[in-house]
Write a protein that binds this ligand. Structure first.
Ligand code: COA
Length: 390
């Protein structure tokens, strides 16, 4: 039985910062951000968007009534969750009106969370072929103003329906994975900003990639030539390129060219959204599928997932017949076109506006938020969500 991605969509908040302008404001050469890091625009989440609303907005555009009835497992991967007890999946389940006879959980392992969700979903569908699983990866990446990680922030979510006989990508069974206890990036429960050893994190990302890639080749008897494209977890778009370059010589010249061209397609959305942590690899997959005109049905796509701390995995999927018909390319183009640029001063003000942590009641002004689902306020320590499309 084939199991894999039946539907995939993403959402990013309606505000963004131009990286050239951020560079000027930070006294950095713009090329450092646009070429050295590889980012053009960075999505900025207003106070009315949090990981729950971002995920719900990503999912609402891909689900039909049949999905809402058949989804009986919601897995929410996040590392910027809003509650230490209740899962973000339960809120999304309610906001989308899913079948009450469902399981809803949150999973955490830095940017690896959504991949853990997909692998769990795959096993679940193998046992329950009639079911569908909604896997979400949603985060707001915050390093802080004027920090070295600032240029690798972002906000957004990816939503995927995992099912039997998927219309987009059938996951293959061979996979290679690795865990090692390292401190390259972490966020203690008392901090709303991540701690990061940036250079070490870059090194480990590549070390994990090289290790799982070698393991994968040994397990599968496949090589780089067997891949039409490889998508990477992208904290910034230069990161995946650095990893890809470490293995590129294993392929002949034509394959190298193809892999590099497809790499470019796989980074276009990320370049304009920024880092969305758990969703980043899957935003890259959406970008590849919607922006590459070279891909053919039956092509093999590699996926490299990395979650600091750290867990890495390399796994693969095969593009299904007529997969293009099931993508959301037009609505994603509209989403990008409808965004509003904010100045650096506006971005700094939005960044500093955070939800109260003293139990006070607030109502947020959501009149400028174009999202269907938003955070309207906090009352009695409870987040008040609104779905204005209901
Ligand atoms: N033109 C073109 N490139 C330029 C440049 C210019 N004017 N100025 C600098 N660069 C390049 C550098 O050469 C470097 O490229 P390289 O890595 O290929 O050598 C790149 O821009 C970044 O410069 P660097 O000095 O290393 O930046 P930094 O010290 O500010 O830190 C990160 C960059 C990514 C480490 C930092 O943003 C960070 O900590 N990010 C969060 C952690 C993270 O994303 N980890 C990834 C694994 S999940």
């Amino acid at each position: 039985m084939k199991i894999g991605i039946d539907k995939i969509g993403f959402y990013a908040p309606h505000l963004y910062v131009d990286m050239n302008k951020l560079a000027v404001a930070r006294n950095v050469e713009p090329e450092k951000f646009t070429i050295g890091i590889g980012q053009e625009k960075m999505a900025v989440a207003p106070i009315t968007q949090d990981p729950v609303t971002l995920a719900a907005n990503a999912a609402r555009t891909i689900l039909d009534d049949e999905d809402k009835e058949k989804i009986d497992f919601v897995i929410f991967g996040t590392e910027s969750g809003i509650d230490n007890s209740k899962s973000a999946a339960v809120y999304v389940h309610q906001l989308l009106g899913l079948n009450p006879n469902a399981r809803s959980i949150e999973v955490k392992q830095a940017c690896y969370g959504a991949t853990a969700g997909i692998q769990m979903a795959k096993g679940y569908i193998a046992l329950n072929p009639e079911s569908r699983v909604l896997v979400l990866g949603s985060d707001i990446a915050r390093y802080g103003l004027n920090t070295s990680g600032e240029s690798t922030q972002g906000a957004g979510a990816v939503a995927m329906v995992i099912s039997a006989d998927p219309k987009i990508l059938a996951l293959e069974d061979k996979s290679a994975y690795l865990t090692a206890d390292i401190m390259d990036f972490w966020r203690p429960v008392y901090s709303d900003k991540a701690f990061v050893d940036g250079k070490f994190s870059n090194e480990q990302y590549i070390h994990f990639f090289n290790t799982v890639w070698e393991q994968y080749k040994a397990k599968s008897d496949l090589g780089l030539n067997d891949f039409e494209a490889i998508c990477f977890h992208l904290p910034y778009t230069k990161m995946g390129l650095k990893a890809l370059r470490t293995v590129l010589e294993e392929a002949d010249e034509a394959d190298q060219e193809r892999l590099l061209a497809n790499y470019k397609s796989s980074t276009m959305y990320n370049r304009n959204v920024g880092n969305i942590y758990t969703g980043s690899l899957y935003l890259s997959l959406v970008s590849l599928l919607e922006q590459s005109d070279q891909l053919k049905d039956g092509a093999r796509i590699g996926l490299y997932s990395y979650g600091s701390g750290a867990v890495g995995e390399f796994f693969t999927g095969i593009l299904q017949p007529n997969y293009r018909e099931y993508l959301q390319a037009e609505s994603h183009a509209e989403l990008f076109a409808a965004r509003t640029e904010v100045s650096i001063e506006e971005y700094e003000a939005v960044f500093q506006e955070t939800v109260p942590v003293d139990g006070s009641t607030v109502e947020f002004d959501a009149t400028k938020d174009t999202a269907a689902i938003y955070l309207a306020g906090i009352k009695d320590n409870m987040r008040q969500y609104v779905n204005k499309s209901n």
